[in-house]
Design a protein around this ligand. Structure first.
Ligand code: MG
Length: 176
């Protein structure tokens, strides 16, 4: 059970995810969490470096889809200019939204990675489907009260275990 909570990779920020390395791992499709992964939860615009990162992946032929437990208005407004599709009200870690996102992208299990800041939604959800999972350190946005109260406390316990299992290379942790 605990295995399902461990990501394949753990990085300080989404910007530390190197497209070359994704390609080396056979990844062509990315299912991205929104809040506190690519934008602080209380922000209404992407930082320029995030737009640059997203655009450079798109330019290299990666297919992206945002999978968010958030509602559609905010997500649509943010993603429309970049023409990145999204699945909202996702109820992660349930599988359904990830499957819908993979269907939208015409993605297969072996070529798909999930990227997110929460172990109990993003990472667990991705691992349940056998996808490559990348945990990022949460951005500094204000968090949903239940996230703070429940998930983050439990995450602290799991993170300790994850950090015991990691091999450290560059700024990334590869979890065994
Ligand atoms: Mg998040």
């Amino acid at each position: 059970m605990l295995q399902k909570l461990y990501p394949n990779m753990y990085v300080p920020s989404i910007l530390d995810i190197n497209p070359d390395e994704l390609q080396k791992n056979g990844i062509r499709f990315l299912l991205l969490d929104l809040d506190n992964t690519i934008i602080p939860r209380d922000a209404d615009q992407f930082a320029p470096e995030i737009i640059h990162w997203l655009q450079s992946l798109l330019d290299r032929g990666f297919k992206l889809c945002v999978v968010s437990n958030n509602n559609n208005m905010r997500v649509n407004n943010l993603l429309e200019p970049l023409q990145i599709p999204c699945v909202v009200r996702a109820v992660k870690p349930l599988r359904q939204a990830f499957l819908r996102a993979m269907e939208l992208l015409d993605a297969d299990t072996a070529s798909t990675a999930v990227v997110g800041d929460q172990i109990f939604t993003d990472i667990l959800g991705g691992n349940r489907l056998g996808l490559f999972t990348i945990l990022v350190v949460p951005m500094q946005g204000k968090e949903f009260w239940a996230t703070k109260l429940i998930n983050r406390r439990l995450e602290k316990l799991v993170l300790k275990r994850i950090l015991r299992r990691v091999s450290h290379k560059d700024k990334k942790y590869y979890v065994k």
